[in-house]
Design a protein around this ligand. Structure first.
Ligand SMILES: Cc1cc2nc3c(=O)[nH]c(=O)nc-3n(C[C@H](O)[C@H](O)[C@H](O)COP(=O)(O)OP(=O)(O)OC[C@H]3O[C@@H](n4cnc5c(N)ncnc54)[C@H](O)[C@@H]3O)c2cc1C
Length: 408
């Protein structure tokens, strides 16, 4: 988020006198982003999210050709599955498929037989339904973050890696300066997008945002390989071959054995990650995730019980995985807000403080719109990049807290 915001906001700043400075306590993508599944889908229950995810997907889709930077973009399509195995999931799939179509997203409701015909690898019992998003995709989140930071630098931003913000010094209704472990920065405007570390940092300015950090476990398994219908199998990124040859290659490198799966019926998601040469599986809710007291000291252990559960869900849906080997599991960090949605915009009562926090495990795909929207906020323009009321940081204090479903 910080890198995308920096790229969008840097052009508003004087690069010599008052440049945008991105402070990062360790390395780019060191937090949630580096562990992200980076699945780009539009399947959501709220129109505000569908539209934002759709706009962002448009930017992700054109990113490599417009910037010449490789982000490992893979157009695999996203299949969201609901059925009798989990109450209400079939109805959710039907409802959201209709919502997507109403919002102009390319999406289709498919019966079990239609899914089997299109994706023979995917096991679908009668009575199971799926929402198919052919333009759904995934990227390499680390390369994407690095690309945004590089573009921000091209726009005049300064990126200071290894600098940790320790305290926001506030006087009355303003942040006067940011104290770091390497000196003090004075700023006209301060934007906090510190992921799991946001709550304690904001607390130094007396701003209490109800955020809880949890630790989702991720199972990984060898990817089934398919021969890719591209003219040259070795062409995997622009960085490898240059823009001209990249543009001459066949339009789609469909090497994944199946689309990204959001399996609501089984409570799991799976993505073939070309950049990591593995298929990742995670749980679709965070009910079992441990609460993390200190994100700097993350327990990396994944219990065997979780790995077996994840493997069972994947093999149940794509049986050919039964013959494939486990790969190393890992953990990540989600920063949960009370309604499962981010808080975007200015903080009431502090005139120069803006936040982009609480992405609740589904924010990566939204980064392009977040950057554009916060640039509009800082420029004093009307926000068109997202629904500002929906993501208003003041929505909880105003008593408009809504139950919200996790990431859907
Ligand atoms: C396992 C996993 C799978 C996910 N899958 C998806 C998915 O498929 N699709 C999707 O859309 N989203 C997904 N998400 C969610 C998405 O990755 C996050 O919402 C998003 O990456 C959050 O980005 P962020 O910039 O807010 O936080 P972070 O990536 O955590 O970035 C915060 C940065 O701030 C730095 N920082 C913190 N404190 C300070 C400080 N005091 N001073 C200086 N720097 C500081 C950190 O080092 C860090 O680099 C997933 C997340 C996880 C963990």
């Amino acid at each position: 988020m910080g890198a995308s915001i920096a790229r969008a906001v840097a052009p508003l700043c004087d690069p010599l006198e008052r440049p945008l400075v991105l402070l990062e306590k360790s390395g780019l993508a060191a937090g949630s982003t580096g562990r992200s599944g980076a699945i780009l889908r539009c399947f959501y229950s709220d129109e505000a999210l569908v539209r934002m995810a759709h706009d962002s997907l448009h930017e992700w889709s054109r990113f490599e050709s417009t910037t010449g930077r490789s982000i490992g973009f893979e157009r695999q399509g996203v299949l969201t599955i609901g059925g009798p195995g989990a109450a209400g999931t079939k109805e959710l799939v039907e409802r959201n498929a209709a919502l997507l179509v109403r919002c102009g997203v390319e999406a289709q409701l498919l019966s079990a037989a239609e899914v089997r015909a299109r994706f023979p690898a995917v096991a679908m019992a009668e009575g199971t339904w799926a929402c198919w998003e052919p333009r759904g995709a995934g990227v390499d989140p680390v390369r994407a973050c690095e690309a945004y930071a590089a573009l921000a630098r091209e726009e005049g931003a300064v990126t200071r890696l290894g600098v940790r913000a320790l305290r926001l010094v506030r006087s009355e209704g303003r942040i006067l300066r940011v104290e770091t472990d390497q000196g003090v920065w004075e700023a006209d405007e301060v934007i906090i997008a510190a992921g799991p570390w946001s709550r304690p940092l904001l607390a130094t300015a007396g701003v209490d945002i109800d955020l809880q950090v949890v630790r989702p476990e991720q199972y990984a398994i060898t990817q089934p390989r398919r021969s890719a219908p591209v003219d040259d199998d070795s062409v995997t990124s622009i960085a490898d071959v240059g823009l001209e040859r990249w543009n001459r290659r066949a339009p789609m490198a469909y090497a994944a054995a199946h689309p990204v799966l959001l399996d609501l019926e089984r409570g799991a998601y799976a993505r073939c990650e070309g950049h990591a040469q593995r298929t990742r599986v995670g749980a679709l809710d965070h009910a079992r995730d441990q609460v993390v007291a200190d994100p700097d000291h993350l327990d990396p252990q994944v219990p065997r019980e979780f790995e077996l559960w994840a493997r069972e869900q994947l093999v149940g849906r794509v049986p050919e995985y039964a013959a494939l080997q486990d790969q190393p599991s890992f953990v990540g960090l989600y920063t949960l807000s009370p309604d499962g949605q981010p808080l975007l915009g200015r903080v009431a009562g502090v005139s120069n403080l803006t936040i982009a926090v609480g992405f609740s495990g589904h924010g990566f795909k939204l980064a392009p719109s977040v950057g554009r929207g916060l640039a509009q906020v800082l420029a004093g323009e009307a926000v068109t990049a997202y629904d500002a009321a929906f993501f208003d940081p003041a929505r909880f204090t105003q008593g408009t807290k809504k139950a919200g479903q996790f990431g859907l």
